[in-house]
Design a protein. Sequence first.
Length: 266
Amino acid sequence: MDLTRKPHQSRNSLASVHSPSNRRQSISAQISRSARRFSAAVAPQLTKLEPLPMLQNYSLLNFRIVDIKQFNTAIEQYAVHGCVQFEPIEFEITTNSDQRILKILLTPDEMTLNDGVRKILTLSFHDSNNDDNGTPMSQVKHPLTGLKVFEFIELPLTNVVQIFSSIDSCERCLIYPETNIWLRMLNTCGCFFTNTQWHFKKEGIVYATVRPNGKVLKENSLRVEWTEQCNNDLRLLVVAFAMTLLVREAFSALIHILRERRIRKS
């Protein structure tokens, strides 16, 4: 009897190993492992901004509006009709020799930095209401996922701007607004739209500066300068901050339209 049972038991055992249920569990486990490996490899790429190596080729960049009529039309439609929708307003980043290298587009919902057809980063603008932590100025978001990567916060009392990161706890530069007699004089004369320049400092060392452009007879524009020690990650943040200043300082009427649009959407 025992001899007749053993082959039967062996077949049952073998069948249980290769049953459809076990195969499904095995395949499911393989898929789960593959998904975890994929997530571990891809997730950092979807939360971190890609480098922009071309920034290392320049020590100075200019930020300016392409067609002032786009700005004027948006302001007129808002002032006359209360319209918070407007056609995209285009800005450009140029070298000291006026060579265009990057494009910036502002829509009612966001501001994007573009290298050709590729989006480098996206900015969204907060309400300018103060709270205990300071005044939010803008958020830097990943262009594909829309996840917040950095945030510029103007601290209370000092007006120093701090860069908050959503991806790490590294200590970054603080942004110090400063002025001098020369800037105040040019601002009073109407040559500059502001008497302030912004220094990116860490441990007393200035790595980059954003200032109003000193070219008279042109529309409001900004100039960015950085040192050789300013790495690519920081240069990209300097560009994002200059984009923020285009809306909040150089063409400050735009921030009122963006704020009103957010109120109406909510």
